[in-house]
Design a protein around this ligand. Structure first.
Ligand code: AQP
Length: 327
């Protein structure tokens, strides 16, 4: 039986944190056994916010290394830089012609980011390019964090619109959004999501943070008034976020953890969480240290070559349906 196709991407916009890992990357790795997996460093998306070119080159490579260190195997998964596969942008243009401005106007990420960095056409069209990333490979499943659900809805809508107008081409992709970990919150403000662009470094734990840095950041995490280790996003968002993190790193149900640690002091509980995170990140840090830049670049070039071949196979069908065959 042919395997279903999984696609997802990550932006090279800064150091990857445990939110990216628990919400998305960890699932990318797990899905490699069951699906045909295709993963991408979405560097064109990252250009929607201003980038310094020299630093950006390094950030792209760093993102690729981190994804591999986290467990994506480029000999099993197709893994490449988005900019090296021009079929993504060609399909994005075609899908753009089917996109209602009203649906882009409703995108909350555009509103947030344009307030911060100013509006540009790329930022506005970001979800259309993401739809193209997914559809160009005829992906069935898309493992992402909760912040991507609105974008994913547009990808589904565009697949359906295209199929209705031009005839069946794309599977309508479904999200794989984990029940736990889909929205890891900032350690400094547990009511907003952990984010690469938060100016407060203490808000997030990076996959490469040294053990003492992890301990310090968790030790300083904002907790809630009162006592008791309880899972309650309304009343105890700080402790609930830490419970979620502990549960995912220890592979233990939240209910079991609450029963076990209910009467602990916050300080003692934070130490437990810190050690679980340190242990969970250790294999990633050591895998990262074995990776050579040249080897990773070579793998990414090979990935791009394979991705171009596979994307072109489908894009031919799209061009035929739209009337762009070059006769
Ligand atoms: N806090 C989070 N909890 C769970 N999942 C998360 N993701 C991001 N933040 C969290 C998921 O990580 C994947 C890759 O994210 P991205 O790099 O493509 O973009 P992002 O969502 O913009 O990531 P950041 O860290 O929040 O960056 P900025 O600060 O630029 O906005 C996605 O699947 C995402 O859902």
């Amino acid at each position: 039986m042919t395997k279903q196709i999984v696609f997802s991407g990550i932006q090279p916009t800064g150091d990857i944190h445990i939110g990216n890992y628990l919400g998305a990357l960890r699932n990318w790795v797990r899905l490699q056994d069951e699906y045909e997996t295709i993963y991408c460093v979405v560097d064109l998306h990252a250009l929607t916010i201003p980038q310094d070119p020299a630093a950006f080159e390094k950030d792209r490579l760093e993102a690729a290394k981190m994804v591999i260190a986290a467990g994506v195997d480029p000999t099993t998964s197709l893994f490449y830089y988005q900019s090296q596969v021009p079929q993504h942008t060609e399909l994005s243009w075609i899908l753009g012609t089917l996109t209602q401005l009203g649906s882009l106007n409703r995108m909350t990420q555009f509103k947030d980011k344009s307030d911060r960095v100013g509006a540009n056409l790329g930022l506005y069209a970001y979800p259309v390019l993401m739809a193209a990333d997914i559809l160009i490979h005829h992906a069935h499943k898309v493992p992402v964090g909760e912040d991507q659900t609105q974008h994913l809805e547009l990808a589904r809508d565009l697949a359906e619109r295209f199929n209705r107008r031009y005839g069946d081409e794309f599977p309508v992709p479904e999200g794989i959004i984990p029940e736990h970990g889909a929205r890891i919150m900032s350690l400094q403000d547990p009511t907003s999501k952990m984010s690469k662009s938060d100016p407060n470094q203490g808000s997030r734990i990076l996959l490469l943070d040294e053990p003492d840095v992890v301990r310090k950041k968790i030790g300083r995490a904002v907790t809630d008034s009162g006592t008791g280790i309880e899972y309650d996003w309304e009343k105890k968002p700080g402790i609930t976020n830490l419970l979620e993190i502990l549960s995912l790193f220890q592979d233990t149900a939240v209910e079991t953890l609450v029963a076990e640690h209910h009467d602990k002091q916050y300080g003692e509980f934070k130490q437990l969480v810190a050690e679980a995170v340190v242990d969970g990140l250790a294999p990633i840090r050591s895998a990262y240290n074995t990776l050579e830049d040249e080897d990773v670049s070579r793998l990414m070039n090979k990935g791009a070559l394979d991705a171009r071949t596979s994307a072109e196979k489908y894009q031919v069908g799209v061009r035929q349906k739209v009337g762009l065959t070059g006769h």
